[in-house]
Write a protein of this length. Structure first.
Length: 347
């Protein structure tokens, strides 16, 4: 596994928009505030040509323009780390136009983003054997005041953090106070962190542990990658079979039945060969229940069939705050009651 150099004290932070750009509120103002904050921390910022674009369908620009920007910004020597401007809908079309051979040959660089950016974080790891960061997109750095999770992302990029913990509370969609009029509003976390742990037999437990090579992202995106020419997951899992693969997964628009279908198909595609456990972030449709199935049971049933432990409701995904996750690192995850922690080993 290739690990990029961490961001130095006066290093340059680059931004690209392979999915949505920051062309509308509240993202535009929040993004600008984030750029100012990074400058105050001593960093130069470098913007790709699509950062404020909004002429594309489901992404910032045409797939060709987005793929070209992502390739150039990732391979650009004058850019030390690269952060996505936002999530979106059709970044799958962007990856067709990324020069993957050039990316693979370039010096490793931290790329950070989540949601639709799974198209790059996941493929950097599985196609290029390069670690990536599943975490906040650029505008989040403009939150005011800063939530502790935002500084955890920054400290990880700086190489100052090798262990993350849960936060006390989280924000559901209906709790958000961010708006066009209040674009930089802090994460409005009012719901207590409440994880659910199951052992390898599918039984609830208060003490939980799993270890393995971290791999995952947004299920909505992974379901589209599965079975395409970009799917090299089975080879990756075989390469790291001695470590075991610790999957981290979250969902955006999927209801419980959809989550169950995606997990079922991943199982039968062989993606869970050598799986050591499942880490499940809070789904966007957190309280959604389908007849006979909620989000917890959607994942517990599959994990029980695989005889692996699962932790549900963790701090990552579409309901903030989120822990930064190093895709490709060896993660040692543990839970006890209402607490969760994960340690990263870069080997």
């Amino acid at each position: 596994m290739r690990y990029p150099h961490f961001l130095e004290k006066n290093g340059t932070v680059g931004f690209a928009a392979p999915s949505y750009g920051c062309n509308r509120e509240p993202y535009q103002t929040r993004f600008q505030k984030g750029l100012e904050r990074l400058a105050d921390l001593g960093h130069r910022v470098k913007l790709g040509p699509n950062c404020y674009a909004g002429c594309g369908v489901g992404i910032s620009n045409t797939p060709e323009a987005c793929g070209r920007e992502l390739t150039e910004m990732y391979c650009e020597a004058d850019c030390d780390v690269l952060i996505s401007c936002g999530g979106g809908e059709l970044m799958c079309e962007t990856i067709e136009h990324v020069d993957w051979e050039r990316v693979k040959a370039a010096p490793a660089k931290w790329f950070m983003g989540y949601s639709d950016n799974t198209n790059f974080t996941f493929l950097l790891t599985t196609l290029c054997d390069t670690a990536s960061l599943y975490g906040y997109n650029g505008p989040t750095f403009g939150g005011e005041p800063l939530h502790p999770s935002i500084m955890d992302h920054y400290r990880l990029l700086r190489g100052e953090l090798c262990e993350v913990h849960n936060y006390d509370a989280f924000e559901k969609q209906e709790d958000s106070i961010a708006s066009v009029e209040n674009p930089c509003a802090i994460i409005h976390a009012v719901n207590p962190f409440d994880p659910t742990y199951f052992d390898a037999n599918g039984e609830r437990t208060d003490t939980w542990r799993a270890k393995g090579r971290l791999l995952g992202g947004c299920l909505d995106v992974l379901s589209g990658i599965r079975g395409t020419r970009f799917d090299r997951v089975n080879e990756f899992c075989e390469q790291y079979r001695e470590d075991g693969v610790l999957w981290f997964l979250e969902s955006c628009e999927l209801n419980p039945m959809s989550v169950r279908r995606v997990l079922w198909s991943m199982k039968h595609a062989g993606w869970f060969e050598h799986a050591s456990g499942l880490l499940i972030g809070r789904p966007m449709l957190y309280d959604r229940e389908d007849p006979g199935l909620d989000h917890i049971e959607a994942v517990r049933g599959i994990a029980k069939e695989l005889s692996i432990p699962v932790a549900f409701g963790l701090d990552f995904g579409h309901l903030p705050p989120s822990m930064p996750i190093i895709c490709g690192a060896v993660g040692t995850a543990s839970g006890e009651g209402k607490r969760f922690r994960m340690e990263y080993t870069l080997r």
